[in-house]
Design a binder for this molecule. Structure first.
Ligand code: F3S
Length: 75
């Protein structure tokens, strides 16, 4: 499993991540994305059921703004 956050300096508000993973990403007033579950803190493990959405969003981001950190467990 993974943790995630958005590098908001890199996000260009393309809107792809929230479309592909609406439970994981939302946007601020300027359309800049942030990770929903932990307010972009890279702290809460992404539930396994949302992992496909997460990876789709990660792959879709045109500026590689979405950061993934592999959780250090065997879950
Ligand atoms: Fe931004 Fe990438 Fe999402 S550009 S809106 S973090 S897909």
């Amino acid at each position: 499993s993974y943790y995630t956050c958005v590098d908001q300096e890199l996000c260009i508000a393309c809107g792809s991540c929230g479309a592909l993973a609406p439970d994981l990403f939302d946007y601020d007033d300027e359309g800049i994305a942030y990770a929903l579950l932990d307010d972009n803190q890279n702290r809460i493990k992404i539930p396994n059921v949302l992992e496909d959405d997460l990876l789709d969003a990660y792959d879709s981001c045109p500026t590689d703004a979405i950061k993934l950190t592999k959780a250090n467990t065997t879950e």
